[in-house]
Design a protein around this ligand. Sequence first.
Ligand code: TXA
Ligand code: MG
Length: 326
Amino acid sequence: MPLLPPDETGLARAADHLHDGGLVAFPTETVYGLGGDATSPTAVAAIFEAKARPTFNPLIVHVRDLAAAEVLGTFDAAARSVAESFWPGPLSIVVPRQVNGAVCDLACAGGETVALRVPAHPVAQSLLKKTGLPLAAPSANPSGRLSPTTAQHVAEGFPGSDIVIVNGGPCPIGLESTVVACTGDGSLRLLRNGAVSREELAERAGAVDDETEPQGDNLPSPGMLARHYAPRIPLRLHADTAEPDEALLAFGPDVPAGAATTRNLSATGDLKEAAANLFAMLHELEQSSARCIAVMSVPEDGLGRAINDRLRRGAAASVCPTDDLA
Ligand code: TXA
Ligand code: MG
């Protein structure tokens, strides 16, 4: 699996591969994306296939700027204003698709809307400019697994594949983008907590309807399916002790002793540092021989909400035996 440097030659090779319908994993400020030409149903199908992703789950389409986004989606005043205040950056905006827009149906899972994002990462920006293509790019992990924050995570997730990886080092934010929907009635709906906190959104975009925990079967964003971000061994949340056969994912200065192995998201209790470390530390701990990963509580504010969302979804899939004792 070729690993390319993010220089002129590397980016030119990556762009050629994308034009040939191939897949290129590239860094964004949030996590690595598994990119393909969003206008090509074959390239997009290859993304779903590589990830073993259910085809009902639409992809985020990455573009170089708002002008390129407006060719693909319809922006009302609310959508344009939120785009102007957060792009380039870690916010994905779901808008109605342009009639006859170039994004293929499969990228939108056959729906009437498209999720668009202008990433700020210089390597992602260079690649978008070089290809001139809109790039469909979900996180570059097999479906349901941890998101990758380094080129090595990507390589480990797809052994033996012909995916090309542009190695831009670790992702600075380390947590996926926040997803909002602006689908025409002037309102803004929060579909996924992420790198832009709810507080920041409310401050810069006004009222936001929270739809991150929808009731019933009607999921506005298919990515809200509970089983997601799951490590290979179970998670035990809200741990304030640790057993000798557990790995401990700690947070803050007061760390219980006794775990087989420990990583601290942030010894100073800094949520930004914790977000940047989350997936990389879960990747490390899931490779230990521990029975489960005990996770200390993270405060439910700012970026903590997105961190807890990922942890809750990871834990939902599997119950750790010591939960009974908690
Ligand atoms: O930070 C990120 O967003 C990364 C980087 C690579 O950009 N990408 C990412 O993509 O996390 P993915 O595919 O793992 O998550 C996309 C989320 C899913 O929850 C999906 O259901 C939702 O966005 N989504 C995509 N298109 C949508 C649409 N048209 N309507 C509602 N939700 C949509
Ligand atoms: Mg993902």
